[in-house]
Design a binder for this molecule. Sequence first.
Ligand code: LM2
Ligand code: CA
Length: 458
Amino acid sequence: AAASHPPVIGGVGVEMFQRPWTSIGAECGSTLGPAGFSWVLTSPPQEHITGSQWWTSYQPVSYAVDSKLGTEEQFADMVTACKAAGVRVVADAVINHMTAQGAGTGFAGTAFTKYAYPGLYTPKDFHHCALTPDGSIQDYTSRAQVQTCELVGLADLDTGSAHVRTTIAGYLKHLLGLGVAGFRIDAAKHMAAKDVAAIVKLLPAGTPVISEVIRGSGEAVQPEEYTRIGQVFEFQYARELGPQLKAGVLMDPTRIDEVPSKDAAVFVDNHDTERGDASVTYRDGSLYLMANALMLADDYGTPVIYSGYAFSDPDAGAPQGPDGRVIGWDCAGTTAPKATYADGEGVCTEAWKSIAGMIEWRTAAASAPREPGVSQGAAYGFERKGKAVIAANPGSKPETLSVPTSLKDGAYCDVIADGPSMKGCAGGATVLVSDGMARFELDAGQTAAIHIGAEPHN
Ligand code: LM2
Ligand code: CA
């Protein structure tokens, strides 16, 4: 018998990076639910080392749900508020490792030393690889190094051991008990796929997970090994799309070096790539909006929008109060990208009306196939057959583009300019369809999109 596909979370997600539980709970009702997001990915909720940098979240000290992002009670309240708004919560599960820091007291007061975490792990629960001089990963062509040595010096859990597996699963089950729907598996590449599978098997059947396995050509461990467990984040997607936008030359996707659509979670950027090799980020304004709109228009993978904060220091954490808790921010009312952001200011991608408009567009497109694209100068567009059309101009001068479509004649609302259109074009931006062509007039950097549910106005 054919193996059934592992559970998929589906819909459109949003990573709300370093947002306190109270902020996310509020926005589920004000912003995420109304915009049509299906789920929100939180930053790691467990106790972590102290410090102002954001990445302290990725050095677990214990599995107490008490962190700079909030208490367990606040976490549970967030899940309740999000559920009421139709939004599921996915938690970032940091389970490959504990701290790199040698000793200290964690955010919630747990005293630890590296390899000894009270009530959880003792030195025998770690790999202590002897493959490199300092025990850290050096060679990504070595599977043994990648999976049993230390990632940037982080104490590497022996995920082959029964005690470690049940301890991790206990933590994840605790989060499920608080109402989370599924998990991002942080640093999945650094755990053998069979270890991740064994841990997920200890969870209730049907729990969706998305493994973070950064694709690297020539590396020993590849994302395809993890698709029997759940979806994987497909890093190749943004690597193909972003440079095309920057070059002003959009083309139909090749899907080379990408997992099958049903196995993929895709993104324009995330908290690591916006500090690393992402071609397009919040700093690119209209091109960033364009990249996200094209991703939402695509027929590949589960799209994940990213919402972080502006920074010039890549280590800088989100603004914290004197108690070390992140203060948080509320994006309700922020309707478009800004030209510039102050350090620490929320980017608020999830609140842009263009994003809500494109989620509506995506729902209208449903399973309609993506037709081959057409170009005029730098402008490029395509139809999701009979349902929806998008056009984008990443170039530096205006373009006129006609995209073949089977939508009936009329003037359609542009959901990029005006947001969700089911109730009419608020701003009056329309695109004309006649004689089987949608005719777009696009300024430099402009994206426009129409769909069958946007009532023709003529
Ligand atoms: C991930 N996915 O696999 C996260 O998405 C990524 O953000 C995490 O790294 C990483 N894996 C480990 O969970 C971040 C951050 C690193 C940071 C680590 C640990 O990108 O820069 O490393 O969290 O906090 C930091 C320092 C680094 C130092 C390390 C150990 O930046 O310079 O390395 O701590 O002290 C010696
Ligand atoms: Ca490992």
